[in-house]
Design a protein around this ligand. Sequence first.
Ligand SMILES: C[S@@+](CC[C@H](N)C(=O)[O-])C[C@H]1O[C@@H](n2cnc3c(N)ncnc32)[C@H](O)[C@@H]1O
Length: 250
Amino acid sequence: MSRLNDPAAVTREYATEVGLATRRSLYEGLEGEDMKELLAQAVLALRPSSVLEIGPGRGELGQRLVEAGVSDYRAVDISPRMVQLVRARGLSAQVADVQALPYGDGVIACVVAAWMLYHVPDLDRALAEIARVLEPGGSLVAVTNSEQHLRELWSLVGADRFELPFSAENGEATLLRHFAAVSARPVEAWLTLPDTDAARRYISASPSRAHLTTALPDLPGPLRVGSRTCLFIATRPQRAESAGSLGHIG
Ligand SMILES: C[S@@+](CC[C@H](N)C(=O)[O-])C[C@H]1O[C@@H](n2cnc3c(N)ncnc32)[C@H](O)[C@@H]1O
């Protein structure tokens, strides 16, 4: 078993898009609010002059944003294969680690980090980097899972909750260490796994939990599972006030 934020495991997992695509295919019959669409709407509502997406995976969100009118979109991902897939959509992307962003201070209006902050070994360093590259008043829009995500499935293999380095439960407190204001929007939606094979496919494509695939008993029928996620918007202060900037008149 590997940790979700183990660098070697992350490199292995995202060397190809196969695992990500297998997990995502489960969400096709989602009932209820679709977090991917809420995420796109949240970014567009900010009317950002520039967007940096970190960990874009296959680049679907970037394409959606550019088609909706975002003119300055760029992405960084630690995986060369994901960068290749994003570029294949005609979008700007480069290989980089969120813990050392290749940008100057205060140059980006909006940073997006969707389902990726739990993969980062030094989360505070990553969030400090994101806050550094954001303009004053700029926003980080982040999505992550709850510790209770898909618990109806995981409880069948004896794994009751996710230990997530960045989760719906601990995200707000973590972000407040680096940002002036944070809003949180939890979302619950429902998926149906049609049969045992589909459930086993999902487990075997899950980083850190694939070893539990054979622990899943045969299902008597379709299994309904709750997708529990959270959207955070964290804002950088407009201007850093220092004690020395106050009170010296004349
Ligand atoms: C679970 S996927 C999410 C992909 C996409 N955001 C989505 O919602 O489908 C995590 C992504 O983050 C990238 N990633 C993981 N650690 C990273 C790091 N330290 N810096 C930059 N990207 C990273 C992975 O290569 C992968 O593309």
